[in-house]
Design a protein around this ligand. Structure first.
Ligand SMILES: Cc1ncc(C[n+]2csc(CCOP(=O)(O)OP(=O)(O)O)c2C)c(N)n1
Length: 588
């Protein structure tokens, strides 16, 4: 039987087939659907942890206890999880440990474009990279096998294109049967306690393991030579293999399924068969530099750029420009028409809108963070000054306040982001004599990545009701005295609260609490504009809500798009926007 699956669906299926029993992750595009799909299989345990470090630690614990486990995350998530990664490389894994990590060339939805293949090299662990959904399924199974065979964590790298493209996957009869009977926990202090006296002895083990993995790379069937012409020999992996295959139909190929460590003998074999070796790889010259270190002349980043995502037509264009293929072939490609640009906006009825409107009016410097509320940076709300990485806003505002002695500044952070990495900097704020104001925009869900639960939601990924962690109670518990919870749609109170907090000379927290509009099922009455009362001052347009526009006859609210939050009515000084009482009624 066959089924069309995205790369992420296939990874989840492969994990199930491979007998992975525990999956932990933190959402992040393009990796999110791996864990969401894995959670649907019978007999597995899956959780959204508060951040990637915790997720990896949960998976490590499951592996230490003899289980097969995986952690899932986007590329920047591995920065957060890097600490346990580097040490689990030393300890090895009693059971099996697979880290599914999704890179984002082209930055479709990320704050940077880092190339996480470097992590495999730096942490000295194996890295596999599938090039389609069928391989994605198979490579998770292989990753489990390698993890057990070499006592190592294995990183499985995908990219956005692989994670989100769909192709045919063969369905298997039965998942691997793994021992489910409880077994005694094996205590091995010298292997699992990385105090210096023990970890010193583990470093040589890691170096010896990477040598054995190198030899394995030369024999594994997922690295192979496809014989072809003697002019060009292409080395490629992942989706780039498919682009290159179309652009260089007659070349000899070295297709890599394992991108770290590299297969030295196969690379030399390829080089001996052709006049010119070409590496087609997105982002950094990761393979290219290692091939060059073998003393082999290679073309790579002198032809293909280090920035952005590749496509078949781009690879063709660059190869033709470098004279690697005849020019005619480049001209035959028809480019798809460009789609009109649609700038991202907060949803109609999003409760983050009043916050940014208020901060803009108060001319406050906003140290921002990552989530839907990052859209506070774009006009007309246009009020966020900085965005670095998840959880950075609180440390940033504290540092800035130490320089500027607190000149109308706040940090704005989402609830999921707060649980991810906002708690430690808040503790830092109170324990290092900080006096900044932190606004937590709490919509009770991880909205940006598709409504995953977090510690404040009160529900697990597997649908179980659990206690929810209260952000205001947590802030009070660490010693912050000035804590207020506000409804952002009570705009007057919101403004007054923000003013009072900025004026105060103490660390303070405002929790702006209102559920994500996409979670509110019932549609509220759409406001009507009274054209006689409207003086076209433009206040309602400045809130950046897409249903509101200016037409010939005045201001118009599109009833099909409007959620009925009524925020526009509260910013209208003329009282010209009125929330009507009849549900879903007509429109002007
Ligand atoms: C280290 C890291 N992990 C994951 C992500 C992906 N990501 C960006 S924002 C976000 C969560 C946003 O949720 P929340 O803070 O609740 O704000 P909301 O979108 O609900 O407004 C996630 C998971 C990321 N950018 N960086």
């Amino acid at each position: 039987m066959k089924k069309i699956m995205s790369g992420n669906e296939a990874l989840a299926y492969g994990a199930y087939l491979a007998g992975i029993k525990v999956g932990a992750g933190y959402p992040g595009t393009p990796s999110t659907e791996v864990l969401e799909n894995f959670a649907l299989y019978p007999g597995v345990y899956a959780e959204w942890s508060p951040n990637e470090k915790v997720a990896l630690e949960v998976a490590i614990g499951a592996a230490y206890a003899g289980g097969r486990a995986m952690a899932t995350m986007k590329h920047v998530g591995l920065n957060v999880a890097a600490d346990p990664l580097f040490t689990v490389s030393y300890t090895g894994t009693e059971g099996a440990l697979v880290i599914i990590n999704a890179d984002d060339p082209g930055q479709h939805s990320s704050q940077n474009e880092q190339d996480n293949r470097h992590y495999a090299r730096a942490a000295k662990v194996a890295m596999l990279e599938p090039s389609d959904s069928e391989e994605a399924k198979h490579f998770v199974e292989l990753a489990v096998e390698i993890s057990q065979m070499f006592d190592t964590p294995v990183i499985l790298r995908t990219t956005t294109r692989l994670s989100h493209s769909k192709c045919i996957v063969t369905l298997e009869e039965e998942p691997v049967k793994v021992e489910t009977e409880p077994v005694a926990y094996v205590r091995n202090p010298a292997k699992y306690n990385m105090v210096p006296a023990y970890s010193r002895h583990r470093h040589p083990v890691v170096e010896e393991r990477i040598k054995r993995l190198s030899e394995y790379a030369d024999t594994t069937p997922i690295n192979y030579i496809e014989p072809g012409g003697s002019e060009i020999g292409v080395i490629a992996s992942g989706v780039n293999y498919h682009y290159a295959r179309e652009v260089f139909p007659d070349a000899t190929f070295l297709k890599l399924g394992m991108v770290y460590p590299l297969p030295e003998r196969l690379i030399r074999d390829l080089a001996s068969r052709v006049k010119q070796v070409v590496v087609v790889e997105e982002l950094d010259p990761f393979i290219e530099e290692q091939v060059r270190m073998l003393g082999i002349q290679v073309k790579g980043k002198d032809v293909f750029p280090m920035i952005g995502e590749f496509s078949q037509s781009n690879v063709r264009k660059w190869a033709a420009a470098a004279g690697l293929i005849p020019d005619e072939s480049a001209v035959t490609v028809t480019q798809p028409p460009q789609l009109p640009v649609r700038p991202p906006l907060l949803c109609p009825g999003c409760a983050h809108r009043p916050i940014f409107y208020a901060l803009q009016r108060l001319r406050v410097a906003v140290f921002g963070d990552i989530g839907c509320y990052s859209l506070g940076v774009v006009p007309p709300l246009d009020s966020m000054h900085t965005l670095v990485c998840m959880g950075a806003s609180i440390g940033n505002v504290h540092g800035a306040d130490k320089v500027k002695l607190r000149d109308r500044t706040v940090a704005v952070i989402g609830d999921s982001t707060f649980f991810h990495s906002g708690i430690t900097p808040l503790i830092n704020l109170i324990s290092n004599d900080g006096n900044s104001t932190i606004i937590v925009v709490d919509n009770r869900i991880t909205a940006m990545t598709g409504h995953q639960p977090h510690p404040g939601t009160g529900r697990t990924l597997m649908g179980k009701e659990v206690p929810n962690v209260s952000i205001d109670a947590l802030a009070r518990a660490i010693g912050i005295k000035k804590v207020d919870v506000v409804n952002p749609y009570d705009f007057r109170t919101l403004m007054d609260t923000i003013k009072e907090h900025i004026k105060s000379n103490e660390p303070s927290v405002i929790v702006s609490q209102y559920p994500c509009v996409l979670h509110i099922r019932e549609k509220k009455p759409v406001p009507l504009t009274d054209r006689d009362a409207c003086n076209e001052c433009g206040n309602c347009l400045r809130i950046g809500c897409s249903p509101i526009s200016k037409a010939d006859g005045g201001i118009v609210i599109d009833s099909g798009l409007c959620s009925g939050c009524g925020f526009c009515a509260s910013v209208c000084n003329q009282g010209a926007i009125k929330v009507q009482t009849v549900e879903g009624g007509g429109q002007n």
